[in-house]
Ligand binder design. Structure first.
Ligand code: MN
Length: 279
């Protein structure tokens, strides 16, 4: 047996907008991963999705593998050594990336891949992939894109990654896993929080509200961390969105969805716009 792989877990954006870092930190402490939450501000970033790829580019050389997790993605199965297991399988198969299929969303959107959560090997192939992220290639990806084959075009890193992997054939060196293994959605949780590994709050009009609602449904705190783990890792600030603020936010979301029903014809356009602006 060789030495254990060093695995980093990183999240962030251009701002710290959700408390998912509590969820990520607890998971990382429990499973021996080095977790960082990064502010991705940097020179020459032209697209809000590129904060992410710049962070990954900067941190990748520090590890054997680096896992990116969006700030709106929360781990729900704390018992699963999910990242390490997926990475071990990929490493054994000579793959340089692990990423999940983009599952069908309740609004009908889907995509071949979803870059909200992925693992990259510190490897020239990863450098090459990260090097492809830029406005010029976004144009090429857009021209290449066939919605029937690849789903929704989001005008971000996801489309470039999809275009690059499929058009170069590098996809053969990527482990594409089921969404339940790495990057799932709320409506796929039916029996327990272990139905999937990571819950990604895509497409919520108010993500903080979305997390709070999901937590309520599953009888867990807003960090989506079991109480015994909150105790174990000294988490003092818990479920900060109180019942009154939750009710206010809930009323706003309900009002917006009522409006949505009345404006149905325009709403598809708005949804498509929002999908392009959702991280
Ligand atoms: Mn996201």
């Amino acid at each position: 047996m060789g030495r254990q792989l060093s695995i980093g877990l990183v999240s962030g954006a251009d701002e710290i907008r959700l408390r998912s870092y509590v969820n990520h930190t607890v998971y990382a402490r429990l499973h021996g991963l080095d977790y960082r939450v990064e502010c991705g501000l940097d020179e020459g970033i032209t697209n809000k999705f590129f904060y992410k790829t710049r962070i990954v580019e900067r941190l990748l050389p520090n590890y054997d593998w680096l896992v990116w997790i969006d700030d709106d993605a929360y781990i729900t199965d704390f018992e699963r050594d999910g990242f390490r297991d997926l990475i071990a399988a990929a490493e054994a198969a000579g793959k340089f990336m692990v990423i999940a299929e983009g599952p069908l969303e309740p609004n009908g959107f889907w995509s071949t891949l979803n870059t909200g959560v992925f693992a990259l090997r510190h490897d020239p192939r990863s450098r090459e992939l990260l090097g492809s992220i830029g406005d010029h290639n976004l144009e090429l990806a857009k021209n290449w894109w066939d919605p029937a084959e690849h789903g929704i075009f989001t005008a971000g890193d996801q489309d470039i990654v999809t275009w690059y992997l499929y058009s170069t054939g590098l996809i053969d060196q990527v482990d594409v896993v089921g969404h339940r293994e790495l990057n799932s959605r709320g409506h796929y949780y039916e029996h327990s929080l272990s139905d999937a590994f990571v819950m990604h709050f895509c497409g919520y009009p108010d993500k903080e509200w979305g997390v709070a609602r999901f937590a309520k449904e599953w009888g867990i705190g807003q960090e989506l961390v079991p109480d015994e783990l909150l105790d174990k890792f000294s988490v003092k600030v818990r479920s900060p969105l109180g019942p009154v603020s939750y009710a206010v936010r809930n009323r706003k979301v309900v009002a917006t969805s009522g409006l949505k029903a009345r404006l149905r014809p325009y709403y598809r356009k708005y949804q498509a716009w929002r999908a392009r602006n959702d991280r």
